[in-house]
Design a protein around this ligand. Sequence first.
Ligand code: COA
Length: 296
Amino acid sequence: MTTTRKMKAKKHNAKTRPAGPWGSNVVVEFEDEIAWVIMNRPDKRNAISPQLASEMNGVLDALELDKRCGVLVLTGAGDSFSAGMDLRDYFRATDDVGPIERARVYRTNGMWQWRRLLHYPKPTIAMVNGWCFGGAFTPLVSCDLAIAANEAIFGLSEINWGIIPAGVVCKAVSVVMNQRNALYYVMTGETFDGRKAAEMGLVNESVPKSALRKRTVQLAKTLLEKNPTALRQAKIAFKFSAGMSWEEAADYLTAKSDQAQFSDPERGREQAMKQFLDEKSYRPGLQSYHRRRLRR
Ligand code: COA
């Protein structure tokens, strides 16, 4: 990561990418059923503008049904994950518009950052490759899993410019960080690195930057081996049941489990039972069943 203010970062060239409903602020690359969704404003440290938010909504809509996307990885171009909300285009530009217009801009952003991403029907991994500030914490937490470079720098910097972590940042960090850690960084605005983010549970793990992509691909491949219906229902079930009473959760999870089996075109549960109990060809405690892939 560089701290040289005027250094130009490499911007992904949208011309070389497959056509899609996205533009130059977000690019998508496909590789082996992994869709790399890249915030692409490296000169602005991938700060999130209304245009980027709008393109991201188009990307999430498209990838939902795109067979090239089995796992979605969210990351940033150049040396940044994202410097958070764009102070000029997102905040200053909406200071003087009416409240309804401002609410529309905020809604467009909330749509991709958490309303869509939290319960996205495919597994999501945030790959934090560099700077990660403020509003970028929301999509980071909304992704199911997260891997950071040891060298990545995180900060809840809002306090440093006299505001609170709004949007939905306070809520997001409260889901993955404990109160002492979250309030420490909310109130001091100090930065921390990828190792500390992993230690606090903000990300699953951190690795040297040179190994970041390889480790992310490895994790994505692990997910791609699993039954996609079960994966989809498991992550949704986990996130919704966290806010329920035990009684409600028991009832909801039973219904969710039935729904998962009913809607699974692979009939994964039957295949797995047969392979373990009848054929004795695998052990579920130690590995996934051998999938007869039908369709995602
Ligand atoms: N909003 C708008 N523009 C931003 C931005 C943001 N959040 N973060 C960076 N930029 C722009 C800078 O204005 C600068 O633009 P310019 O080249 O037109 O002058 C460009 O990105 C590079 O920023 P710079 O500060 O020179 O890069 P750096 O590598 O030295 O430092 C950061 C990187 C991330 C530490 C620094 O840009 C920063 O503190 N950004 C704000 C982070 C923040 O508080 N975000 C919370 C928003 S919710």
